[in-house]
Write a protein that binds this ligand. Structure first.
Ligand code: HEM
Length: 620
């Protein structure tokens, strides 16, 4: 313990709170400092004046408000009751008026509304409530900054020590609160698609799609739906560079009247594999080696050499479509096949396409490598700045539709996500336009905590038997329960416009709850409420079969890969071959041989181009 024994200014003791009198006998373990520490300056903030008092008047904020920032654009303000100015009586104390809301806690002289703000859902059977009432909280705070438990913070810049240069006291609750919260500021990053960015906006339907789907958000021309989009790279960690070769994630969350609808796609139309059970393997092969945390292309090419179905994806990923510097210039693809079903239970397979209105733009590998070093966040910044400057990116949603009869006549399996559907036979049908016109106010709350899931569908949309989609339907919410927590759907960014109404209760971090004590059904005590929804259910689909681990009969791994190669310009073919060769030539010979066998089957010229470029690198 360090104690100043004499001549101390009174306020020093108030900082250190030593109860020992200056000339009192010291214990053998105590350090006696007799010299006055003249080098130290004492901040009046620490004792006599509060920080708040030392602020110039102009910096004082009118109200100390800790608010959940507006998560969505005005269109989604159903989170905030329309009558927010006059909240329902039981919520009046805790729901602030819109004008009282601020994004950040600030120091201020007076507290105009409750320090804890909650936003609730209109006609809420689910209640978000703070205890005790706001009026009591007003009485208990002196104004200005408060800690997580609402205690006033008169000093936020000096920790509580015994004397001026003494050790910090365990009782410094504010210090512990501040640092321990900081220690936990990160949640686990997404296991894939960790680096990304997002924006809010609106989707407007061009036409009613009732003929094909009963989905309410596509019911009529002009129908507007608020959206959140997150763009991402797949393999790198949360701080990795934007331009490295990778598919780009293009995930869209529609806040519809019938619940959340997520289209979780990529900027390339096909995928590496067709059965979700191989997903951890393809990702492991692309991620750094567990031995030394280094990325090693040989691991990926080894996987590819034993997964011929990846050949088509290689012709996309290793073309310059795999290197991008601006999310405004990517198309999006649902990749997997969904089903649209109308009110008469007529089903169509459907594939989604987002067409960028800014035009597709790519960069070559040399520019990508240079930017990865000089400007690693370029794509994130471009999107943010464009929206900030009012230059709103637009993407047109198109669909390809296929009847079950048409599907049966095809030479390949249309539910295989390594395949595209021919656009001359299944033309793109325009569905609507999405405009991204609002940046998030808080990246962590609105983008990092966003939870997309391909199984988040609405009535009028079903999952097809696409094996990848089936696999995906499990993985996303599973990872989100781990990454964010079991109540992740209660976070404003993930909350549906249509309030959840069921018998689920509790779990960590419950803050929205159904006040009914009857949390089971069937029940008579609450008139069997909540009752099942009376939404029309489509006729059930017939399914039967042997249970087994099957490979689809029509794999055809090479036809579309060859067609894709031949559709490229000479320059794009050259880049594709060179981008592959620069990695492949370093791989073990048997790996090279297997991969070259696949390229040969796709297109002889393709294989020759890669071979030629590998020779070039061998001789260098
Ligand atoms: C069975 C195969 C797949 C599995 C198991 C899988 C799993 C995952 C997981 C665990 C995440 C992280 C989600 C989160 O932490 O919130 C994720 C994110 C993502 N996946 Fe997949 N994935 C699969 C296939 C695909 C395919 C085929 C696509 C493209 C069509 C895709 C596109 C995305 C996108 C865009 C994200 C990022 C979503 C966001 O921005 O939060 N995934 N995937």
């Amino acid at each position: 313990m360090t104690i100043y024994n004499s001549g101390e200014r009174d306020h020093m003791n108030r900082v250190g709170r030593s109860s020992r009198k200056p000339n009192q006998q010291l214990s053998p373990n105590a350090t006696l400092i007799t010299k006055k520490p003249t080098s130290l300056s004492f901040s009046p903030m620490a004792s006599e004046l509060s920080f708040q008092q030392s602020l110039p008047a102009a910096e004082k904020s009118p109200g100390a408000v800790w608010s959940i920032p507006d998560m969505l654009s005005a269109e989604t303000s159903a989170y905030v009751p329309d009558d927010a100015a006059e909240p329902a009586s039981e919520l009046r104390d805790v729901v602030p008026r819109p004008e009282d809301r601020m994004a950040l806690p600030v120091m201020s002289e007076t507290v105009q509304s409750a320090p804890v703000i909650v936003e609730t859902v209109q006609s809420a059977p689910v209640i978000v409530e703070a205890m005790p009432s706001a009026s009591m909280q007003k009485r208990s705070t002196a104004g200005g900054m408060t800690d997580s438990a609402g205690h006033p913070i008169p000093n936020d810049t000096s920790s509580l020590t015994v004397g001026v240069d003494g050790k910090i006291l365990l009782e410094d609750l504010h210090f512990i609160d501040k640092l321990s919260h900081f220690d936990r500021e990160r949640i686990p990053e997404r296991v894939v698609h960790a680096k990304g960015t997002g924006a809010l906006g609106t989707f407007v339907a061009y036409e009613g799609m009732q003929r094909y789907t009963s989905a309410d958000f596509l019911r009529e021309k002009g129908r507007e739906t608020p959206v959140l989009v997150r763009f991402s790279t797949v393999i790198g960690g949360r701080s990795s560079a934007d331009t490295v070769r990778d598919p780009r994630g293009f995930a869209t969350k529609f806040y519809t009247n019938e619940g959340i609808y997520d289209i979780v796609g990529n900027d390339l139309p096909v995928f590496f594999i067709r059965d979700g059970i191989k997903f951890p393997d393809v990702i492991h092969s692309l991620k750094p080696s567990p031995e030394n945390n280094l990325r090693d292309p040989q691991r990926f090419w080894d996987f590819v050499s034993l997964s011929p179905e990846a050949t088509h994806m290689i012709t996309w990923l290793y073309s310059d479509r795999g290197t991008v510097k601006d999310y405004r210039n990517v198309d999006g693809f649902g990749v997997n096949t969904y089903v649209w079903v109308n009110r008469d239970s007529v089903r169509h397979f459907v594939k989604y396409h987002w067409k960028t209105m800014q035009g597709v733009e790519t960069i070559d590998r040399f520019e990508a490598e240079q930017l990865a070093g000089s400007d690693p966040d370029i794509a994130v910044r471009h999107l943010f700045e464009a929206i900030k400057n009012g230059d709103y990116p637009k993407y047109e949603l198109c669909v390809q539709l296929m009847s079950e009869e048409e599907a049966e006549k095809l030479s390949f399996d249309p539910l295989d996500d390594t395949k595209t559907w021919m656009e001359d036979k299944f033309p793109l049908m325009k569905v609507g336009m999405m405009t991204l016109n609002k940046n998030p106010k808080n990246f962590f709350a609105q983008i990092e905590q966003a939870a997309f899931c391909p199984a988040n569908i609405v009535p009028g949309v079903e999952l097809s038997a696409d094996k990848m989609l089936q696999g995906r339907s499990f993985a996303y919410h599973d990872t989100q329960r781990h990454r964010i927590g079991v109540n992740f759907t209660q976070l404003p960014v993930n909350r549906p416009l249509s309030p959840p109404l069921n018998n689920q209760r509790d779990g960590a971090m419950t803050f929205a709850f159904n006040p009914s004590p009857i949390n089971y059904s069937p029940n008579s005590l609450a008139d069997n409420q909540p009752a099942p929804s009376d939404i029309p259910v489509p006729k059930p689909e017939y399914a039967s079969g042997y249970i087994g681990r099957f490979v689809i009969p029509d794999t055809d791994d090479f036809t579309q890969a060859g067609e894709r190669y031949r559709s490229l310009s000479d320059l794009d073919q050259k880049h594709l071959c060179d981008n592959i060769a620069v990695e492949l030539w370093k791989c073990r010979q048997d790996i090279v041989n297997r991969v070259m066998g696949y390229f040969e089957k796709a297109d002889r010229g393709f294989a020759q181009g890669v071979m030629r470029d590998m020779e070039k690198y061998r001789k260098m």
